[in-house]
Design a protein around this ligand. Structure first.
Ligand SMILES: [Zn+2]
Length: 294
């Protein structure tokens, strides 16, 4: 979209639309885009259905995560490794993953409580800045009405389904200010209202299995049933590879163009090459009869 519609304000409004968790928030952000450049909204409607990128319309839950191009992220992480031959590349990826797992295993190692530190801090801040301002009216053990005396608006909070009328709790998995107001009213630990995947125990379990060096003593190799001790396994050797002549190509070949491969020692007819992009030519150059190389 940015190639055709270049106003820098569009980016901010687009991200606001993507993060919207209610229809009103989405409509406001889209209207602001339309005010800046109506063509940009038309382009979006034509090329990118909102179910694919807006949190409110998305079929699943994104829990507040938005990444415009995840392939670019992993590509940046693999940039050094992908320049190497296949075995060296796999070894480097394994080393990076070993390091990745080891470092993440040490994160939050001294944190107390139930949740990972980033979520615990977010809850603490919401408790301080918002939750204490609300008035809570109890309907039953699970349903509460949370009323703001400042905005005169009220929200229905359900503890049994972990939902709030403001939609923030169910969208992010982290209790909103209204749910935390109920927690204060009940005198319960506010951290118990976050989704289980934010718990320290879950986080530690994710990285509990280490990636081992090759032939590590502590590794637990998976061996076939008929050879449980691995005594008959053949020695693992690298595959036979034939190194291609010349430097590997890095420039992407766009679709729709005829590709001309250059073989060493032969002369490429440049006239044919030029024309082959323009017309559907035969394999023989009309100018001097030289054959095109393919
Ligand atoms: Zn809420």
């Amino acid at each position: 979209m940015h190639k055709k519609h270049k106003n820098p304000q569009l980016r901010e409004h687009l991200y606001n639309a993507a993060r919207a968790i209610t229809k009103d928030e989405f409509d406001i952000a889209i209207q602001r885009m339309r005010d800046v450049d109506p063509g940009a909204v038309e382009w979006l409607e034509l090329h990118a259905p909102k179910e694919h990128w807006c949190e409110y319309y998305f079929a699943g839950n994104r829990y507040g995560h938005i990444t415009s191009n995840i392939a670019e992220s992993i590509n940046a992480w693999l940039l050094d490794a992908r320049e190497k031959p296949i075995l060296a590349m796999l070894e480097q990826i394994r080393h990076q993953l070993m390091d990745w797992f080891a470092k993440r295993r040490l994160l939050d190692i001294n944190v107390e409580g139930i949740l990972v530190s980033s979520v615990a801090v977010q809850i603490k801040n919401t408790l301080t800045s918002r939750a204490r301002r609300y008035r809570v009216i109890t309907a039953n053990d699970n349903v509460f009405e949370v009323f703001s005396t400042e905005t005169m608006s009220s929200y229905s909070v359900r503890l049994d389904t972990s939902t709030c009328e403001c939609a923030e709790w169910q969208m992010s998995g982290i209790p909103c200010g209204h749910a935390l107001a109920v927690s204060l009213e009940l005198g319960t630990d506010p951290q118990i209202y976050a989704k289980p995947f934010y718990k320290l125990a879950t986080y530690r379990q994710t990285y509990s299995n280490a990636i081992f060096p090759r032939n590590a003593i502590n590794a637990d190799p998976v061996l076939p049933e008929e050879d449980p001790h691995g005594v008959h396994l053949p020695a693992l050797l690298p595959p036979n590879i034939h190194r291609q002549v010349g430097k590997p190509r890095k420039v992407r070949i766009r679709g729709g163009l005829k590709v001309v491969a250059v073989r060493r020692g032969l002369l490429l007819c440049y006239m044919w090459k030029y024309r082959s992009f323009k017309e559907d030519l035969s394999d023989t150059c009309l100018e001097d009869g030289r054959e095109a190389i393919s």
